[in-house]
Design a protein around this ligand. Structure first.
Ligand code: BES
Ligand code: ZN
Ligand code: ZN
Length: 484
């Protein structure tokens, strides 16, 4: 059951745990501390109000908890999200929690603080697994103490919806490649779309052939599982303020194909549909937040296997837009399926396209596990993506797409080859994708190979699929303006 969030002026008497966010200033100052907290006790327990510090204070009756928020002038939504996540983990065995952030009312507008708290607590307690014995969390009610203003309540409602979208994306990523096959992935998306009132169209293998999606067919050739291509549409009421296209890499498992990965390199490759999962998660939230623009999603789904008729290194594929790619490494398959999807998206002439893909190990080498690479064309649109990133705390970092690097993917037999040289792998992948976005359409590419999957729990991030991109995409759709 999802956690129920509510707002109240004071902590409800029935709340089992009452938590107080404390800035360093409040802790070291000489004003009164909230009831149940004592400077001397907190000092002896080593509590200094650092972010991530959560100190449970044993008291008669209910539990009182001090939550560190750091220096007042540096409190921001990211810190509040982290602090709330730490708090939720510390009290996951209790049924009800009231959290009072009185000490930061000046620093962060209340609706933004509420959003961060909802995201932090709910996402930290996400679980997935096939264990036969389950340890269940009990936390089911969280009250945000302070303002009950309409703006705060709306923020809580919207954040709750976004959290469900992130959890959906995590569920999809965490599902093993053998059970979430392309047809099953497509069916789950179709069911979600019908539940939420989104338009959905699923192309099966025959339809994909008729649509000449040569990249998707080439990758799926080594598999006994048929591919799928799913289109989803959110249509707002009234005249849409532009159209935003979302494209997500949907490799339900990436073995590398004939250019097979190592055992270790393959271990987490059920996550190679993290881009498609983030797009699906974001689309599932749009009916609640109701952005004014139309949003169309394009999701190529396949696995990358090595059956007897798998694509061979040296084979040449013809993509939907007519361009040809020489496949020299079958493990560089994401760009092949995205090439078709970006061509399809371009044909509908949207005002902008953003794609998300677990595309290159090189991007992880460059930016580490928690930051996505951002590439593309059109500074205005890339700035919109950076704005959505800053507001949601899903970090991105710009990488260039230098025109003179294009020759790294020149092929003697086709329009391009699917790999560059030993260096700049995230960039050469981005340059290949750019060949399939029609001229003049603003385009952003997010390489989420790092942040889509986590090795372990860390604040609001849980081990496995992270749902990275859902929050950013929802914010982008809600703030999108075409032509700037
Ligand atoms: N799905 C992988 C990229 C990846 C690697 C995602 C690690 C997450 C974690 C992608 O299909 C791939 O294998 N890319 C190759 C490209 C290379 C062959 C040019 C890579 O990055 O090694
Ligand atoms: Zn691969
Ligand atoms: Zn891949």
């Amino acid at each position: 059951m999802p956690i129920q969030f509510s707002t109240a002026r004071r902590a409800p008497a029935r709340a089992e745990v009452v938590a107080h966010g404390l800035t360093t200033e409040v802790l070291t100052g000489d004003g009164p501390l909230p009831a149940g907290l004592d400077r001397g006790d907190l000092g002896r327990l080593g509590f200094t109000a650092k972010v991530d510090q959560v100190q449970v204070v044993p008291a008669a009756g209910r539990l009182v908890v001090a939550v560190g928020l750091g220096p007042a002038d540096r409190v921001d939504p990211d810190g509040l999200r982290r602090a709330s996540a730490c708090l939720a983990r510390a009290v996951r065995g209790r049924r009800s929690l009231a959290l009072d952030l009185a000490s930061v009312t000046e620093a962060v507008p209340r609706p933004e603080a509420a959003r961060a708290v909802v995201e932090g607590t709910a996402l930290a307690l996400y679980r997935f697994g096939y264990k036969s014995t389950k340890d269940e969390d009990r936390l089911s009610r969280v009250t945000l103490v302070g303002s009950t203003a309409a703006g705060v309540r709306t923020a809580v409602e919207q954040a709750t919806a976004v959290v469900e979208g992130v959890k959906l994306a995590r569920d999809l990523v965490n599902e093993p490649g053998g059970s979430l096959t392309p047809p099953k992935f497509a069916n789950r998306v179709r069911r979600m779309a019908r539940d939420r009132g989104l338009t959905v169209k699923v192309l099966d293998e025959a339809a994909i052939r008729r649509a000449r999606l040569g990249g998707l067919l080439g990758v799926s050739r080594g598999s006994t599982q048929p591919p799928r291509f799913v289109e989803l549409t959110w249509t707002p009421k009234g005249r849409p303020k532009g159209t935003l296209a979302l494209v997500g890499k949907g490799l339900t498992f990436d073995s590398g194909g004939l250019s097979i990965k190592s055992g270790v390199g393959m271990m987490d490759m059920k996550m190679d549909m993290g881009g498609a999962a983030a797009v699906v998660g974001a689309m599932s939230v749009l009916p609640v937040l109701a952005p004014r623009c139309r949003v169309r999603a394009y999701l190529p789904m396949t696995d990358n296997m090595l059956g007897g008729d798998a694509t061979r290194p040296g084979d040449v594929l013809t993509i939907r837009n007519g361009k040809t790619i020489e496949v020299l490494n079958t493990d560089a398959e994401g760009r092949l399926v995205l090439a078709d999807a970006l061509s399809m998206a371009s044909e509908a002439k949207p005002d902008a396209i953003v794609d998300l893909a677990t595309l290159t190990g090189a991007c992880m080498v460059a930016l580490g596990p928690r930051i996505a690479g951002l590439m593309g064309r059109d500074d205005g649109f890339l700035a919109q993506v950076e704005g959505a990133s800053a507001r949601t705390g899903e970090r991105v970092w710009r990488l260039p797409l230098p025109a003179d690097y294009r020759r790294m993917v020149d092929s003697p037999v086709a329009d391009m080859k699917n790999i560059g040289g030993p260096h700049g792998g995230a960039i050469t992948a981005g340059l290949i994708l750019g060949e399939f976005v029609a001229d003049g359409i603003p385009w952003a590419h997010l390489d989420i190979a790092g942040p889509a999957f986590a090795d372990g729990d860390d604040c609001e991030v849980t081990r496995g699929g992270t749902g990275f991109g859902v929050r950013l995409l929802v914010d982008l759709a809600c703030s999108f303006t075409s032509g700037g």
